[in-house]
Design a protein around this ligand. Structure first.
Ligand code: CA
Length: 255
């Protein structure tokens, strides 16, 4: 398994999204193995701690973007561990993994600073989606600010966009839209997801505004590509499934 320097996005990422350094705290062998395999398969770098003690050691040595914490650990109280992670690494997203009968512990865990929880048994796909969503939200952290798709660079911290080193001027919502697509580059993003993530969670109105912003963004990417003589990533329309940002494969080879 390749390791990118911590705190940086992988160049392009295995699946187009930046891979992250994750901590998994789980004493159950079967669950731990499945989750670790799933996360690693999605291009992430995972440290699996089987006990609270191992987790504490790992937290002392390394910085994590996200921690998955089983509440029922053999040696420590899971909620205490959440509190410890929160104190030691405030930027780390904490997701609790819990059995259905530990509902009261979920409340305690959330009070202890966890950001989210998943109830066992959970589907691996759901866990992956949740992790992806959290990492996307965390993409603006100072540690991991730049998304790269082909020759396109999106700096989520400075909120600036470059193609092959030339800056592209984009408006605020165009930028948010590009970040959303670039975070899942190579994958389909539905119109509903774009609307709720970029505009409003409770969007009931027309999605005309999405079309307008998409076409403006496409035009700007194409203009920049022409000006630089380098291919720009393309926003592909997938009939009935939404949109996908592809690193362009035509023209001069990308880095
Ligand atoms: Ca357990």
């Amino acid at each position: 398994m390749h390791r990118w320097p911590r705190g940086t996005a992988s160049p392009g990422g295995l699946y187009g999204h930046p891979m992250a350094h994750l901590l998994l705290v789980e004493d159950d062998q079967a669950i731990g193995r499945a989750v670790q395999a799933g996360l690693t398969g999605n291009g992430h770098d995972v440290i699996w701690a089987h006990t609270g003690r191992d987790a504490t050691t790992a937290l002392r040595r390394e910085e994590f973007a996200l921690a998955l914490v089983d509440l029922g650990l053999p040696d420590v109280d899971g909620t205490d561990l959440c509190r410890r992670i929160r104190a030691a690494q405030p930027a780390c997203v904490v997701v609790i993994l819990t059995a259905r009968d530990e509902e009261i512990d979920v409340v305690l865990g959330l009070e202890a600073g966890a950001d989210d929880y998943l109830t066992k048994p959970f589907r691996l796909a759901e866990l992956m989606a949740r992790v992806r969503a959290h990492l996307r939200r965390g993409a603006a952290s100072p540690g991991n600010p730049v998304l790269r798709v082909g020759d396109l660079e999106v700096d989520t911290s400075a909120r600036r966009v470059w193609l092959a080193g030339s800056e592209i001027a984009v408006r605020a919502k165009e930028f948010d839209l590009l970040v959303r697509l670039a975070s899942d580059a190579g994958a389909a993003v539905s119109r509903t997801d774009l609307m709720s993530d970029v505009w409003d969670e409770n969007w009931f109105g027309s999605t005309k505004t999405l079309d307008v912003h998409l076409s403006a963004l496409r035009r700007k990417l194409a203009d920049a590509a022409r000006a630089c003589g380098t291919p720009a990533p393309e926003i592909v329309t997938l009939r009935g499934r939404g949109y996908r940002l592809d690193a362009s494969t035509t023209g001069p080879a990308t880095r």
